[in-house]
Each structure stands twice: as structure tokens, then as C-alpha cells.
Design a protein around this ligand. Structure first.
Ligand SMILES: Nc1ncnc2c1ncn2[C@@H]1O[C@H](COP(=O)(O)OP(=O)(O)OP(=O)(O)O)[C@@H](O)[C@H]1O
Ligand SMILES: [Mg+2]
Length: 509
């Protein structure tokens, strides 16, 4: 179906892919894995026609194709779901799905778009995916990051792909949505579609792929059947060393005073949320996508309106009116959506790092350039962020390295309360370990950490206590040492049956 011969790619003088020789068979799910910055996305973008290779040849369906555009790729049936959202936020779901395809069959005789038809086609695709909660007419900007991902996948399916490239499709999906995606992929495969699948959730590779290719520093270091390798061997091929535990040793600590006490917090996304978090505690908030946890994190950082309830911070009444008030009080926030909330993509690594910390690096309004540089380098080394130099634009970093920068710029200082939403999304196993270690280190210093994550494994292993949310409410509190992941999942889906539809409407208002 697809053959790559000696493919190489350089950006300026930096070589990011070398001597790539790869054959992809029809009908196979082929996984591509590797550390952050290994070159996975770049290689996929070459197949999709978004980048042209600096060296080598590409053969698609027996035909040599060296320079072609994404629209020609689409014509060949090559479709790519990008790692980062490529949707137009101001358009609706159905407009995004059919964008660029409003040809004569989709317009009436007055050249007006057949809106109703497109809406029902969109609904049909979403239904086939088992998705009922996304309205085709909803604006994409109002969707959560996970729902955006679902729309991206729906869009790709609407092209009837022959080769489907999925770059980290499940990074923002919870177990439920991931399982739905897998059953769709299996059906596509049975219908003759070839799937190229990138993921940092390595267990997934063993669940769905037949073959796996490991990239390391731009080169292929392994290419064979999945059943010939186990997960530990795969990790050591990826990162060049063994990792026996995904999670570091827990550090002994005692939890201290109550940092934040939230009582009956209510907004249009969540209802009557009550909890407290202590100094040094890692409190996990688990739930399926759309459970309201992201919005709750945003509200606590002053990014969203709160309609009711009250908050005490170190015993005093506190209202998170806006993020700068929160920062002044030592409440920091790592957002889930790195592209729209976490980074200024057109700016450099250094500028992004300094932006929330200007008061820390400046005196009398003048930036201490050396301190800024030293500090930035220290964090980059600590989290092993792969950059070419401090002035490199953030948009040119690989997805996982962008994520590490989003975290790095907040943990440079000592917050009192750190709210992290999906902090390890798209981060490779080695780097995840480093981030977890950092989380333990911060909590042992008395910093309270509110960890919002749809990754149940992460929540179960990392947290001292877990609150589970469903449909905007807390459905249970668990302690990881005497509960199972299945119990978390059961609570995460619980509210779905309990809450009647009338109330559900109020929540989603
Ligand atoms: N447009 C670009 N300009 C300059 N450098 C780039 C560009 N795109 C990618 N790179 C560099 O190429 C290298 C490989 O990046 P790529 O995005 O392919 O990594 P990846 O394997 O997909 O990583 P991740 O798992 O983090 O997504 C990185 O060092 C990145 O900084
Ligand atoms: Mg990538």
C-alpha cells in the first residue's frame, strides 16, 4: 500500500528524519511509537503531503509520489487526524466536517449550502461512532478538547479513507471513548482500510496493532509484529533504557492545613461541588470526558463564571475573580488545551516560559536576562524538553515537548496550590515518569496538587485521594489503596443513569 525508501527530512540544518525505509501493508493497523520529538508526526506529515521529504522516495499504491499536497493526498484516500486540533473554532461541527467540500452536490440550485442535509449527514457519522452528546450545530470553540478530538475523527471518517493516519487520537479521550474508537478502527480494517496509529499509551498498541515501528532520534530502530515484543522491550527500544515502573516511589509526607475548601460550588457545568484539599495532598479528580472537571478547574482559576457556593482559601473567604488574583495568591494552573490556553505558539520557548513569571524574573520593570535564561535552561534540562534553542518558536516543537513546556513554566515557582488538567497528555513514558517525580517532590514540600485527569491509571497510582465526577456532580470519594480502577470507572459512569434528563438540561444550559 505504501512504501518509504530512504526518506530523510531536515528543518533548516536540523535533520529530524534519517534513512527511513518502511513498508505498510494493506489492511493493517500499524503503530508508530517513539519518544517526544522522535519524528513521528513529521513522518506522518510526509505521507500526508504536508511536508516534502528532503531525501528519498515515496511509493503509494505502486506509484512514485514525491511532491504532492494534502489535497492530492485526500484524493488518493490518505487522511490524517492531526495531533493538535485543525478545526476552525468559530464554525460549527458540521461546517468543520464538510469545510472545503461544499461542491455542487452539497449546494442547491441557488448555490446555497444544503444545511439540513449536512447536519443530518454529520449526525449519522457521529451516531455510527456511538457519539450522541455532540450537536452538529454546536460551535467548535465551545467543545471540550476531547469532543474536538471526536469531531476530528468524525471528519476523517467522512472522507472514506483508504489510508487513515491517526496522530495521538486517544490522548484526550477517556476509556469509554477509546473503546468506541477501537471498535471503529477494527471495522475499518475489516473493510480494507490501512491505519497508521501513533500513541504514547503503549498498552493500546498491543490491543489493536499488528505491526509496530519504533522511531528513535529520527531513525527506525524496530519494525516487526507486535506479538514479537513486550511492553518493557518496546519502552527500552524507544528510550534506550529500561523502565520497570511507570510510577516513581512515593515520598513519605504528612498532609497539613486545609488549603482550599470548596462548598456547594455551582456553575452551568457543575453542581454543588464540595471538597477540601490539604497541604501536600495530591487530590485526583477523575471522570469521563465532559464530566465538568475541566470547567471546575477553570472556575477555580478565575477563567469561568461561578454561579453559587463558596470557597475558602487558607481559612479565608476567597473569590477567584480572575487568573491574576489567583496567581498572586499562589494558585497556579496547567490547562488541558495547550494550544488555545497554554502557549503563545508564535512566540519563543523563552518568552512562553517567562510570560507567567515576569514578576519573578524582573525588578523595577527590567527583565533579568541572565536569570531568565539560566532558569529556563534548568527547567528544560529537568524535564528533558527537546528544543534547538531558546528562541525557537513554540509552534515548531513536537506535541509532547510543548506539553512539557506548559508544565515547566508553572512549576518553576513554588505555588501553594497547583491545579493540573491532563498534565501528561501526549507525553512519552520516560518524560511522564519525570513529571510524576516532580509532582511528588512538590507535594512533599507541602504544595497542594489538584490533578484532573481522564487517565484512570494515572489517577489511581499518583493520588492520595480521588474524587470522581459524573455529569457535573461528585459521585464518590475513594482512596487508591483500598479501591480499584474498576470502582473509579463505575462511579464515573454512575451519574449518567441517576440524573434525570430534566436536571441534565439545567447542567448543560
Ligand atoms: N516545522 C518545523 N520546524 C522546525 N522544526 C520542526 C518542525 N516540525 C518539527 N520539528 C522538529 O522535528 C523534531 C521531530 O518532531 P515531531 O513533531 O515529528 O516529533 P514527534 O515524534 O511527533 O513527538 P511527540 O511525541 O512529542 O509528538 C522535533 O525536534 C521538532 O522540534
Ligand atoms: Mg507528534
Amino acid at each position: 500500500m505504501l512504501e518509504l525508501i530512504n526518506i530523510g527530512k531536515s528543518f533548516s540544518s536540523v535533520k529530524v528524519l534519517k534513512n527511513i525505509n518502511l513498508k505498510i501493508n494493506r489492511n493493517e493497523i500499524h503503530a508508530i511509537v517513539g519518544e517526544n520529538g522522535a519524528g513521528k508526526s513529521t513522518l506522518m506529515k510526509i505521507i500526508y503531503g504536508e511536508h516534502s521529504p528532503t531525501e528519498g522516495t515515496l511509493i503509494i499504491n505502486g506509484e512514485k509520489r514525491n511532491h504532492y499536497s494534502p489535497s492530492e493526498a485526500l484524493h488518493e484516500g490518505i487522511v490524517m487526524v492531526h495531533q493538535e486540533s485543525s478545526l476552525v473554532p468559530t464554525l460549527s461541527v458540521y461546517e468543520n466536517i464538510f469545510l472545503g467540500r461544499w461542491n455542487s452536490s452539497k449546494t442547491n440550485k441557488n448555490y446555497l449550502v444544503k444545511k439540513k442535509e449536512l447536519i443530518s449527514l454529520t449526525r449519522e457519522i457521529l451516531r455510527k461512532m456511538g457519539v450522541y452528546h455532540i450537536s452538529p450545530e454546536k460551535r467548535v470553540s465551545s467543545l471540550s478538547i476531547g469532543d474536538k478530538q471526536i469531531v476530528e475523527i468524525a471528519k476523517s471518517l467522512s472522507f472514506n479513507p483508504k489510508i487513515l493516519i491517526l496522530d495521538e487520537p486517544t490522548a484526550a479521550l477517556s476509556i469509554e471513548e477509546t473503546n468506541i474508537l477501537f471498535s471503529i478502527l477494527k471495522t475499518l480494517k475489516e473493510n480494507g482500510v490501512t491505519i497508521l496509529y501513533i500513541s504514547h499509551r503503549l498498552e493500546e498498541i498491543f490491543q489493536i496493532a499488528e505491526r509496530v515501528t519504533v522511531l528513535r532520534n529520527g531513525e527506525i530502530v524496530y519494525n516487526d509484529f507486535v506479538n514479537k515484543i513486550n511492553i518493557n522491550e518496546l519502552i527500552s527500544k524507544m528510550i534506550g533504557r529500561e523502565i520497570t515502573n511507570k510510577y516513581p516511589e512515593k515520598i513519605n509526607k504528612t498532609s497539613g492545613k486545609i488549603v482550599l475548601q470548596v462548598v456547594d460550588l455551582t456553575s452551568s457545568y457543575f453542581k454543588k461541588i464540595t471538597f477540601e484539599i490539604h497541604e501536600g495532598e495530591i487530590l485526583g479528580i477523575s471522570g469521563l470526558m465532559g464530566c465538568g472537571s475541566t470547567q471546575m478547574g477553570e472556575s477555580l482559576f478565575g477563567l469561568r463564571k461561578i454561579n453559587g457556593g463558596n470557597i475558602h482559601y487558607y481559612g479565608e473567604r476567597f473569590f477567584p475573580k480572575n487568573p491574576s488574583i489567583c496567581i498572586k495568591h499562589g494558585i497556579f494552573y496547567v490547562p488541558a488545551d495547550r494550544h488555545s490556553l497554554g502557549l503563545v505558539l508564535k512566540r519563543s520557548v523563552k518568552e512562553n516560559y517567562t510570560l507567567p513569571n515576569l514578576d519573578f524574573f524582573a525588578k523595577y520593570g527590567i527583565l533579568k536576562i541572565n536569570k531568565e535564561k539560566q532558569d529556563c535552561y534548568r527547567t528544560i534540562n529537568q524535564l528533558n524538553i527537546k528544543i534547538s534553542n531558546l528562541n525557537q518558536k513554540v509552534e515548531n516543537l513536537s506535541g509532547g515537548n510543548q506539553q512539557k513546556l506548559v508544565i515547566g513554566k508553572w512549576i518553576v515557582r513554588q505555588p501553594k496550590l497547583l491545579i493540573m488538567d491532563e498534565p501528561t497528555r501526549g507525553v512519552d513514558v520516560g518524560a511522564k515518569y519525570e513529571i510524576y517525580k516532580k509532582i511528588y517532590e512538590l507535594s512533599s514540600k507541602g504544595i497542594a496538587i489538584l490533578l484532573i485527569s481522564t487517565d484512570i491509571d494515572e489517577i489511581h497510582n499518583l493520588c492520595d485521594r480521588i474524587l470522581v465526577m459524573s455529569e457535573g456532580r461528585i459521585t464518590g470519594t475513594l482512596y487508591p489503596e483500598n479501591s480499584t480502577k474498576e470502582e473509579i470507572l463505575a462511579l464515573a459512569v454512575k451519574g449518567k443513569e441517576d440524573i434525570n434528563s430534566q436536571e441534565f438540561e439545567v447542567i448543560n444550559n
